[in-house]
Ligand binder design. Structure first.
Ligand code: HEM
Ligand SMILES: *[C@@H]1O[C@H](CO)[C@@H](O)[C@H](O)[C@H]1NC(C)=O
Length: 325
């Protein structure tokens, strides 16, 4: 009796152990080498083609990876539309400004034509970000594949798990720590803000009613021109570029800007005011290769956060919807 119970407990512990360790271990380099040998090439072709039509698609893929992986798992939950009990993560205020989702379908369609029901949307999110980095001047990152797609949205957890534009640096660092990214890695990842744009809703609190004293006064005047309304109309497309000098290059200009008090978001500016992060900012500002190396390493870690495997997920036919069973 006692032995039985012990065995039972051991099996349980074993299963638990196995379950937690399967996730990451199931990802592998060239996961599709047999099932869809051209998968990674197809993604790269599509991402490149889209970049030449709309350069900002490459920018979006990087943000999409962050917003997918940071919220529980790299499981393409962010791509789900609102239908049958699913509330789309795209509707969250944290996801304001996210764009180009329709082109994920373009990439998926190309894959479905070669290998139906084989390549997951979660892997498309990862690989497209990887290829986007290269197009924006960053290094090529070897990424594993084999992620599965979630059958649910994590809408309700977003506010808790995804940092806000004005959260404290301590909070931001603790969030990244839970996904295995240290202070240096967090500073480097925020360098993604060297490309793309910010909508006025995310910066007006630094401009009105009074200008944030940590913001360069001339730059603040420029930003007020870009964002003339203290409470921007959500329908108006009012935004400013993250990096005025090299807006489409993933580079260390971001760190130079924040050292000159030209960080856009409160979190950006805090990287230099917080003593825990400021030395990394200084080093990244003078050494682009150091920045890119740390960025790649941290993006890889982020891309492997808690992947679904086996029966925990599925390969969606259409990235916007859970498969009909
Ligand atoms: C504390 C962490 C972070 C916060 C609070 C944050 C917040 C934001 C906000 C508010 C925007 C502007 C969105 C808009 O108004 O359109 C933005 C843009 C962006 N973020 Fe972050 N972010 C963070 C970290 C990251 C990370 C880790 C990445 C990727 C590695 C990333 C990639 C991007 C990109 C590429 C854009 C530009 C998007 C576009 O132009 O379409 N962010 N972020
Ligand atoms: C952060 O900004 C949001 C609006 O985006 C605002 O509602 C909130 O009060 C701000 N939080 C802090 C701590 O300033």
């Amino acid at each position: 009796m006692a032995i039985n119970k012990l065995l039972c407990n051991l099996t349980f512990i074993f299963l638990l152990f196995f379950h937690f360790h399967l996730g990451k271990g199931d990802l592998q380099l060239n996961y599709y080498s047999k099932s869809c040998p051209d998968a990674e090439e197809i993604v790269k072709q599509q991402v490149t083609r889209l970049y030449h039509k709309h350069g900002n698609t490459a920018v979006s893929w990087i943000r999409t990876l962050f917003h997918d992986c940071m919220v529980k798992s790299c499981d393409a939950s962010i791509l789900l539309e609102t239908v049958n009990g699913i509330q789309s993560e795209k509707m969250s205020t944290r996801n304001v400004g996210m764009r180009n989702f329709k082109y994920i379908n373009t990439i998926k369609d190309a894959l479905e034509r070669s290998c139906p029901m084989t390549v997951s949307c979660a892997d498309i999110v990862a690989l497209s970000a990887r290829d986007g980095v290269v197009l924006l001047g960053g290094p090529r990152i070897e990424m594993k594949t084999g992620r599965k797609d979630s059958k649910e949205s994590h809408f309700a957890e977003i506010d808790e798990l995804l940092p806000n534009h004005n959260d404290s640096m301590m909070y931001v660092l603790s969030r990244f720590q839970t996904v295995g990214i240290d202070v240096e890695g967090t500073v480097a990842l925020l360098g993604a803000h060297s490309v793309g744009r910010v909508h006025c809703v995310n910066i007006v609190n630094r401009l009105y009613p009074t200008v944030d004293p940590t913001l360069d006064p001339k730059y603040a005047e420029y930003l007020k021109g870009r964002c003339p309304h203290p409470e921007p109309d959500p329908k108006a497309v009012e935004y400013t570029r993250n990096d005025l000098q090299t807006p489409m290059t993933l580079d260390n200009m971001y760190y130079k800007n924040i050292m000159n008090n030209k960080g856009l978001l409160v979190v950006d500016q805090q990287l230099i005011s917080s003593p825990v992060t400021s030395s990394f900012v200084q080093n990244m500002a003078v050494d682009n290769d150091y920045f890119l190396g740390q960025f790649s390493k941290a993006l890889l870690t982020l891309s492997e956060n808690n992947p679904l495997s086996g029966d925990d997920g599925e390969v969606r036919r259409d990235c916007r919807f859970v498969n009909k069973s």
